[in-house]
Design a protein around this ligand. Sequence first.
Ligand SMILES: [Zn+2]
Length: 344
Amino acid sequence: MSTIKQQITEINQRFNELITAANDADALEKIRIDFLGRKGKLTDLMQALKALSQDEKRDIGPLLNNLKVELEALYSKKKIELESNQYQQEAESKSNFDVTSYMPNTLRGSLHPYTYITEIIENVFITMGYEIADGPEMEKEFYNFEALNIPSDHPARDMQDTIWLEMPQMLMRTHTSSVQIHTMQNTKPPLAIVAPGRAYRFEATDASHDYVFKQCEGLLVGKDISMANLLATTKTFLQAIFEKEELVLRVRPGYFPFVEPGIEIDIQCIFCKKGCSTCKQSRWIECMGAGLVNPHVLSHCNIDSLEYSGFAFGFGLTRLAMLKYGINDIRMLHNNSVEFLEQF
Ligand SMILES: [Zn+2]
């Protein structure tokens, strides 16, 4: 019996030593298992108690019970102490946050699909000897309409919903064709330009329309320019854009006041063999409007239409970007969502 009493004293002493020395949660947990666990020292003593006589049990039992209560209390106190120390250390390390320390940058920017496709377009035309031209987006009525053979009473004005500005005869350009006029007024032929840029329409926004979108205009003026030159140029360009060695083009008559004759150019669907939603089951995708420059437009720019001729073409750069990258909602291109842009 005395050995059990002795053991109680020893365990108490040893537990106190260890718990004072414990300085982290792992050390504390080890002490708990060794002393208070199901196979711990306290359980061993409880087992030994069973073998004692009733008198001895009456004597030793309360001692053992006190020991258990005492050790558990010490353990709980130490646990709270360690946890609050840890909390304090974390708070201190946060307040000592070093704003100058090196942090490797894991977020990388990417180019907008417009930037990619504009670069491709410009490269294709530069290799064919074209120059890149630019013009104002806030435009005079003359450059957007009159000079392009669209006088104020012309029905074609109704084809385009115009955003008019409060300044008289000023508008947001409805197409990049106005750049043609600026170029021809300032440059003597022969000339060859492409002009990618924004255009504006008074339109409600949905998956395929927006009040702002991108267009690209092309113009070539020289001597003996024919429809054959126009078709060869646009075919070369479309093949480069869609990365195809051979694209089948379809030409239909089309009406644009600033060209005569005017045509529309379609390509055979590049996504299917039997019809798909992109080509609306027709196997053809509309790509651009084009034609030979109307002599009226040349004379508006003081170019002798008997000596010179030219061709012009225009296409929706937005539409081309959507086709090329498989984007089905125009709003994705304009709302600057990082999740969307990261894919490019
Ligand atoms: Zn198709």
